[in-house]
Ligand binder design. Structure first.
Ligand code: 13P
Length: 254
């Protein structure tokens, strides 16, 4: 059976006012009535999260975080723990985005965060992706190491809460994504790494998303051509109509 497509909006450090964030969140929620099959998640800045997430759980839009702490509890100024997140109704968190890795987050940090999120039953959206492609396939080894380290200690019973978001750095915030052919190749490679770790049946259940300059115009081609399970979207998750258009494109893939 085909998996439901999933689109995750990573708002990053946007928008600048709570008013805009509220309009964006409510605008998406209202227009979600036209979205039938696709799972939609938005990840606003932490500061806005609780005020945006509706109290009643009947909404079709999930709210997630962009990051959690690598420690379970204690004196860590400025951090938010996975337990706090779970207690506040967080169901998804992005972990290991390349913009956080650029700030110093390591594969080991990513692994600690993944284990803590999974312990709390939060879905871990693990970001991986190379900064450059080299002719000796060094980029594949790089991606493999990111995945293997991130999943160290993740059991087969917890792997159901893991999603892999493949985001090549060259395509993030860029003019164009990479081609769907390249996405397909990386997807096959990622699935092979996951098969080696968890066996075929489990591995094929782990959603693999693509991220990097995805928009309503290219969404369908990227997902169908790349045979991925959905998208992690930056810029185009900040405009109601663009985000909804991406969700509808996903709905149209049978
Ligand atoms: P853009 O969609 O703006 O390229 O950002 C991609 C991204 O980094 C999502 O996490």
């Amino acid at each position: 059976m085909k998996k439901k497509k999933i689109v995750i909006g990573n708002w990053k450090m946007n928008p600048e006012t709570f008013k805009e964030a509220k309009e964006l969140s409510e605008g998406i929620r209202k227009k979600m009535v036209g979205v039938k099959k696709t799972t939609a998640v938005v990840c606003p800045p932490h500061l806005y999260f609780m005020s945006l997430k509706p109290k009643n759980a009947s909404t079709k839009l999930f709210y997630g975080l962009q990051n959690i702490a690598r420690e379970a509890a204690g004196s860590f100024t400025g951090e938010l723990s996975a337990t706090m997140a779970r207690n506040c109704g967080v169901t998804y968190t992005i972990i290991g985005h390349s913009e956080r890795r650029a700030l110093g987050e390591t594969d080991d940090d990513v692994n600690k965060k993944v284990l803590l999120a999974l312990k709390e039953g939060i879905k871990a959206v693990i970001c991986v992706g190379e900064s450059k492609v080299d002719e000796h396939a060094g980029h594949l080894t790089f991606i493999k190491n990111q995945i293997v380290t991130a999943l160290k200690g993740v059991t087969t019973s917890d792997i159901g809460n893991v999603l892999i978001a493949y985001e090549p750095l060259s395509a993030i915030g860029a003019k164009n994504p990479i081609t769907s052919y390249e996405i397909h190749q990386r997807n096959i490679f990622i699935k092979k790494v996951l098969c080696d770790l968890y066996g075929k049946a489990k591995a094929f259940d782990i959603p693999v998303l693509y991220g990097g300059s995805a928009n309503a115009m290219n969404a369908k081609e990227l997902v169908e051509g790349g045979e991925v399970d959905g998208l992690l979207v930056g810029r185009d998750s900040l405009k109601v109509d663009n985000f909804i258009a991406i969700l509808k494109e996903m709905d149209s893939i049978s």
